[in-house]
Design a protein around this ligand. Sequence first.
Ligand code: FA5
Length: 350
Amino acid sequence: MSSSDALSDALAQLDALRAEGLAAFESAGSPEAVESARVEYLGQKHGRVKAAQERLKTLEPASRKGYGQRFNAVKTDLESACDAARSRVERKDVAVGAIDVTLPGIRPRQGHRHPLTQTADELIDLFGRFGFAVARGPEVEDVRHNFDALNIPPSHPARDPLDNFYLAVGGKSAPGGAGSPTGESAMLRSQTSTVQIRVMESQPPPVRVIAIGRVYRPDTVDATHSFMFHQVEGLMVDRGVTMGDLKSVLRLFARAYLGKDVTIRFRPSFFPFTEPSVEVDMLWHGGNRWVEMGGAGMVDPNVLRAVGYDPDEVTGFAFGLGIERLCMRRHGIDDIRLLYQNDVRFLRQF
Ligand code: FA5
């Protein structure tokens, strides 16, 4: 074959390569098909364009310029056909797929704390400003902290198994015999007053703490009662603490948390661990009935003695308020059950 025949044969093959390559890229309908055409034609090692480039070396020097120019044009054409095919199938993917990046985004809904958590956080904040630190105690308690140390004797009706959730933990009777009337030594605490004892056992006076947490009672559920609810306990022990201090702190608190126009009243009452004792009521929204907010009183000398404090040296007050009821009064909620149903239509309002 003469050198000019060899050149025209090589050029014809280049043209054929170009035509086949363009057809392959044009007909590729998916990213996978474009990729396989790219490997076949433009692959670095075994691609057909690479083979065509190798052919340059087999030509006479005089033919190389002409071949080289045509080769470059073919290569550029196939590369742009490959790019065009790629963006065509990618656009198509977007159209049929789930994501259209050109659409405005969906703003994620921002959550917030549950109204009971908001109340608890606000109580910590408010009482913190009155100088009360936060104390904690366990929800699974022993009967000593729930009753005995609080001056509630074994015969007291508050210990009735129908009014408490006793737990049979590690056998029935407690060492030393202290237990429920049916012998259990552990229970789900029925009041946060247990934390009063734990705090006083662990430090000398003065004391100024609040404790917030869950308590459990097998009460019949209604609009203001649940079998699990939250209390905030307050305890202040120091020289010369009086009932006047207790009333001022609770009045200041009610004003700060519930607002200026919420009326509270103190009603004489009885708790084994305070003397004298009061119930604290708040005028409910609507203004035509009182709802109990909590109990309070001056820490009974027997309780101070039981934790090793000297009742001739120090006196103290304590209170225990229902957090659900505070939250309900604050927000005008009428039924305690709404706070536990986790219905976002309700929760979103707070
Ligand atoms: C007590 O639990 C005492 N430990 C309070 C106390 C503390 C007195 C310190 C003296 C000194 P009481 O059983 O009354 O008291 O409950 C206190 C408050 O908890 C009630 O006023 C009410 O607001 C709330 N509460 C009681 N039972 C329930 C219930 N089943 N569901 C929702 N809240 C309740």
